[in-house]
Ligand binder design. Structure first.
Ligand SMILES: *Cc1c(COP(=O)(O)O)cnc(C)c1O
Ligand code: SF4
Length: 359
């Protein structure tokens, strides 16, 4: 659609590309009313805003509860912060031995390669850290992170995140993968990205070839939350990666008003499987500031998971997880199938019947 093409990504010298979207532009194209626009300026001052043309095109402007809109167009509800919410909800800072690197689990580290994203999701758990003004992991800091990995043979996997690491240029992506592949004990490089869905045009053949290197398996975890995000362009980008021999898994966030219905989740998970992407994680939303309107009770999430188990192929089952605040691990939230009773443990079967279990 022509009018939306005016919302441009602003080129920046240091990072590959930095996008941001102004509230006035959202207003000009009918995504927010003039009254909303005034109040949303306060949101935009606090949290980064960007929506790619691909995602703007998907929004049904006649539907104030459109699930794509809910993910990207800011809301005044973001100004409501509750006491349990935190700027660093999963406590990354406590596990960051050198800048840009998080080492929480023995065999794998996270590298935050840059802080920009093609879109800024309103529910983002790193919302206080991501944005166009942030740093990229370059020069001395990158070398320090690589040194840290080189010196620790237990590090089997390096997970590239951000921001969105697919915002790197193909040249920088290639350099990074080569540098990691040159470390003997690193066998897996995993990218976490929203780009294939929200900005599929970035997934060029050149970029895809940059992801691969001798000596490491390349995995990409694709973030999508609603089946409408699988546009023809997104599908083509995903197939390009698959055909290049990249292993693909999915990542979604369970969100009130976006995918908190069984049919939406079914279509989302089936959409992934149909593209050869194995559903991996369904995240319960973290306690990021101003995101209360996206959170639903865990018991509701468990019911939805039970619904997926009842109706869909085993290939389409993600693990429902939460980074428990102050906890050591991502915890699977699946007590749906197990309960303690006075008589002992019981297990639930696929027909909704509980069975005593003496194991
Ligand atoms: C989520 C996370 C990982 C990856 O965990 P997996 O269960 O392997 O997907 C790694 N490091 C940190 C710090 C994380 O938060
Ligand atoms: S793309 Fe990922 S890191 Fe970026 S705003 Fe969305 S959820 Fe946050």
């Amino acid at each position: 659609m022509a009018p939306q093409a005016k919302i441009k990504a602003l080129p920046q010298p240091v990072q590959a590309e930095v996008s941001s979207t102004k509230i006035v532009d959202l207003q000009a194209h009918g995504h927010v009313t003039p009254e909303e626009a005034t109040r949303l300026e306060a949101v935009a001052e606090r949290y980064a805003v960007a929506v790619t043309p691909t995602m703007l095109d998907l929004i049904d402007r006649a539907d104030p509860h459109d699930p794509i809109r809910a993910q990207f167009v800011p809301s005044v509800l973001e100004l409501q912060q509750s006491p349990e919410e935190s700027a660093d909800p999963i406590d990354d800072a406590a596990f960051s031995p050198v800048p840009g690197l998080v080492h929480r689990y023995e065999d794998r580290v996270l590298l935050k390669v840059l802080s920009v994203c093609p879109v800024y999701c309103r529910f983002c758990f790193r919302r206080e850290m991501v944005g166009p003004g942030g740093e990229a992991l370059v020069g001395a800091n990158l070398n320090q992170a690589l040194e840290y990995i080189r010196a620790r043979p237990q590090i089997f996997e390096v997970i590239l995140t951000g921001g969105d690491p697919f915002m790197l240029s193909a040249r920088r992506a290639r350099e990074l993968v080569q540098a990691l592949a040159a470390i003997d004990h690193v066998k897996v490089v995993r990218w976490h990205t929203r780009v294939p869905v929200v900005a599929p045009e970035r997934v060029t053949d050149d970029f895809v070839s940059a992801l691969r290197a001798e000596g490491v398996a390349s995995w990409v975890a694709i973030h999508a939350n609603h089946p409408r995000e699988f546009t023809p362009e997104a599908k083509a980008a995903i197939i390009r990666m698959r055909e290049a021999g990249i292993s693909l898994v999915s990542q979604s966030v369970l969100l009130r008003g976006v995918n908190d219905r069984l049919d939406a989740l079914q279509d989302l998970m089936r959409g992934f499987v149909a593209l050869g992407v194995k559903p991996y994680y369904l995240h319960h939303p973290d306690l990021a500031p101003g995101t209360g309107h996206f959170r639903l009770p865990i018991t509701e999430g468990q019911d939805l998971m039970a619904g997926l188990r009842r109706t869909l192929t085993g290939l389409a089952q993600p693990t429902y997880v939460l980074d428990v605040p102050g906890g050591a691990f991502k915890s699977p939230l699946d007590p749906t199938y197990v309960r303690e009773t006075e008589g002992g443990l019981q297990l639930l079967d696929g027909t909704g019947v509980w069975h005593d279990y003496k194991g």
